[in-house]
Structures are given as structure tokens and as C-alpha cells.
Design a binder for this molecule. Sequence first.
Ligand code: GLU
Ligand code: MG
Length: 466
Amino acid sequence: MGTRAAEQREEARRLAARMEAEGVRNVALTWVDNAGITRVKAVPVQRLADAAERGVGMSPVFDVFTSGDAITESEHLGGPDGDLRLFPDLDRLTPLAAQPGWAWAPVDRYDQLGRPHPACQRQFARRMTERAAAAGLELRMGFETEWVVTRAPAGHTAAATDAYEALDYPCAGPAYGMTRVVELSDYLRDVSEALSVQDIDVLQVHPEYAPGQFEITTAPGDPVRAADDAVLVRETVRAVSARHGLRASFAPSVVAGQVGNGCHLHLSLYRDGVSLHRTPDADWGLAPDAVAFLGGILGALPALLAIGCPSPASYLRLQPSHWAGVYQCWGVENREAALRLITGAPDDPDGGHAEVKTFDAAANPYLAVGAVIAAGLHGIESATRLPAPQTGDPGTFGVRERARRGIVRLPATLTEAADRLEKSAPLYEALGEVLHSAVLAVRRAEEAHFAENDAEEIAAATRWRW
Ligand code: GLU
Ligand code: MG
């Protein structure tokens, strides 16, 4: 590690000097825990070189933190002992436009001897990306960020455990309505401006369905980068909201019973730079490997839900006919299918991709991209085929029609999803024992914590957690 550490130190010193001259004082070093919470240690910019060389200490106990900051344990993790080192990825070091004086970098986690921490979610995502590359496949991914914006309450009592807290929306216009864009014109401009200054390539920004709800989509890229971007987009929206006296909720269910916030994962496959979604004369343009990869994802969805929909609140959102993709089926441009194939314009070489609609922003994005790649690669290894695509909304079909079409409901509770993850051999193999058991321990603790709560109480308790 010697030469590399020295090189990192030198690089960090150079970057820190430049940032200090630009007014940066602190660097926020973030990682996302298994409950989907972005945790942080910050260092003064002058200490960035030390951080790059030796890492910054943080306890491994955060691997078994719940979204409510309770601490559980797994067979391998938990308790007060031990320490890890957080190493910033200097390639992603970014001054934060909506937090003057601050910069940000995501971290990888190692032990004190410099060995990768087996529960490091970001390295898991990288390992799976490399596994795909070893099979000749390049993945391009991107998350769609949805959030609900409200006025920050006077006094800002952020705990918000009151189940009946009334939300005060700063815009009243209709779903997808231009009215909302006019009402929050400066706010949305500032969100776009901050993201653009931070080198995030925004594709679209628009109002969504639920009251106060908006969405931002970003350009696809390397899976680890996509997960980093998801973190940066969310924290930027949060920071811009605060500067406008607003508050952003990324929770799966902001108000129980309403359309919630999804965090759909878009993905496309390439071999030698050529899209596998643009194969001439193939059904839906999909090359055989793309069919098998998507078939692998579709087959693994019940287990993947424990990664992509990790909170009891996730299952409040997962209602039929809410555009959340709660049935295990796929469809071409079908917004009620859990896996949606998007064909794009025929003359666009990058136009075709797929979307996992079921996931939400309580998910750790690094676990989400890694697990989806693992499921897809398993699909290729086992030559999985895709069943017939579905059209229409399975939620309106009736039990007999769904059975005729072979459509089953995805897990409707976190317990069911966690049971499926527990039994999933490919995901166990990909995550490894330490990470797999830590994720399950957190899921079981979340279930136990909310076992006695009704839907409104769960939504209220989790509304401001992510
Ligand atoms: N808000 C919807 C969800 O919960 C998604 C709406 C859409 O983008 O299709 O996933
Ligand atoms: Mg959307």
C-alpha cells in the first residue's frame, strides 16, 4: 500500500490546496449503511491528505444500525469493539454548491491493516461491476430521484414522530402541472444549478404525481458512479431545500395511502461499446445475453426487494396501480410492470434500456446496483429466458386473470422479502456471508421495531429519515 498511499496523499494535498483557495473548509466523507442512511465523518480540508493516506476512523457497528438509529447485531458485526478506516475516493471529490465552504467525497471502507472491509457496500458494487466486465459486459446505470417538498415547520422540530403531523406544501398545482414549476421556479432553478456546477448531468426535472412531489433523472454511467450520484443528488436537493426554507422527504411513503417516492434503477448493457438493446432482428432488440440478464433480475426480484425496498415503509408504497411495480412481471413500456423495458427512439444507439421500478430511496444505492448486477449475471450463467411481456395493469386483472398470465405479486411485507433474500444462493454468494447476514439482521430489526405500528405511524416515523 506504501507507494499508492503516498500517491494518494500527494494528490489529496494538491486538490485540498485548490479547494482551500476556493473557500472550502470541510470535506464531508460519506457512505451509506445497510438501512439506507447516508452516514458521515467530516474533516477540515487541511486534513484531507491525512485522510487519503491513512483513512478516517469509524466503527463497524454502523453496519447493523437501523434507519431509526437503533443498533442490532449479526453473527459477525455489532458491539463496541473494532475500528474501520474510511478512504475518500478523490476522483469524486466535489465542492458542494448549496453548502458553501463544504466539499464531499464518497468513501471505501478498509480495516486498520488496509484490507477491504467485507461489508463495504461500495466495494461490493465495484466487485460486481468488475465481475460483469470480466464477462465482457459493461453496465450503464442511473437512479431516478423522487422527493416531496414541504415547508420547514417553525422551530424546525425535525423528529416528526407525531403520526398526524400536517404537511405544509409550498406548491398546490396539479400532478405534472406547470403550475408547480411556476410556484417553485427559483427553487427548481437552484437545484438544477447546484447539480450542474457539481458535474451531475441532469436529464429531466419535473413535478410528479403526489402533492409536493418532484423528480430528477440523471445521465447513465458506471454503476458505482450512479450510486455516488444518487447520494450527491439527494444531499444537494436537501441542501437547496433548506436554503429555501423547505424540507425534502425521500421516504418511500410520505403519507400512508398516497403515491410514494420511488427510486427506480435504470440500466443498459453493452458489449465492446455496442448496446445489447439494439440487436437487429432480435425480439425487442435484445441480444441473448440481455434477455438472460433481465430474466435473472426478474427471477430474483422477490429477494432483491429486501435490498431495494428495505424498510417496512417501503411496503406502504408498494400498492397495485400506484406505478410502483408490485407484480413480478415485465413489459415493454409498461409502467405497472416491476421490470419495464424502454425501447427509446429506433435511431438512438443508446436509447434502449430497462428500469427496475420497484426500488425506493430507502435502499442503499451501492447494494442496489451490486445486487441487480449479481442477479443479472446469475441469469446469464443459468441461461434464463424471459416469459411473455405483459401489457396493462395487473392490479386491475382479477385473481384468475393474473393466474392465467402467470403473474405473481412480489413480497408484500419486508419479512417475506427478507425470507427470500435469506434463501437466495446467488445473492448470498455475491454479497458474501458478512454483508448478507448484516443486511438481514438490519431487516429483521426494522420489522421488529415497527411490528406494533399502523401505516400512518410508520410513515410518520420514517418520513424524514432518508
Ligand atoms: N412515484 C412512483 C413510485 O412510487 C413512480 C412514478 C413514476 O415515475 O412512474 O415509484
Ligand atoms: Mg417518477
